[in-house]
Design a protein around this ligand. Structure first.
Ligand SMILES: [Zn+2]
Ligand SMILES: [Zn+2]
Length: 131
């Protein structure tokens, strides 16, 4: 019996699910671990596109997410980490200058509940910022 040749529509569906697996949040992955992972792979385009994508896929009703990130200086995905949050102390490595630095291999997400737009336990606010 011949394997049926997939139709263009089936191929497209398949590709779309592959792309979704590559760029979608993992189970229980928090917004910051997701954004960090996407920045590593795809970089920042000067907007909160990854934070917005996390919200659209995980928590569409968390309409205030971007505003909360922006209120911590995160006006685009990379600024979230420049100005807003960093790994907690015991997850940091020591950089060449002796200052704490991000580990070469980022810790995997500690996980959040399905209705939570909070960062997981890996993250602490910079400069006493509060979520
Ligand atoms: Zn940026
Ligand atoms: Zn996380």
């Amino acid at each position: 019996m011949d394997t049926p040749t997939p139709t263009p529509a089936e191929l497209e569906q398949h590709l779309r699910s592959l792309a979704g697996a590559l760029t979608g949040p993992r189970d229980a992955e928090c917004v910051l671990c997701y954004v960090d992972r996407m920045l590593d792979a795809f970089g920042c385009d000067g907007t909160l596109r990854w934070a917005g994508r996390w919200r659209d896929l995980r928590l569409p009703r968390a309409a205030g997410l971007e505003r909360r990130l922006a209120s911590r200086g995160g006006c685009c995905d990379c600024e979230v980490f420049l100005n807003g949050w960093t790994y907690r102390d015991d997850l940091q490595a020591v950089g060449e200058d002796g200052e704490p630095d991000w580990p070469a291999v980022h810790p995997s997400c500690a996980g959040v509940g399905p209705r939570s737009a909070q960062p997981c336990a890996n993250w602490v606010p910079l400069r006493g910022a509060r979520w």
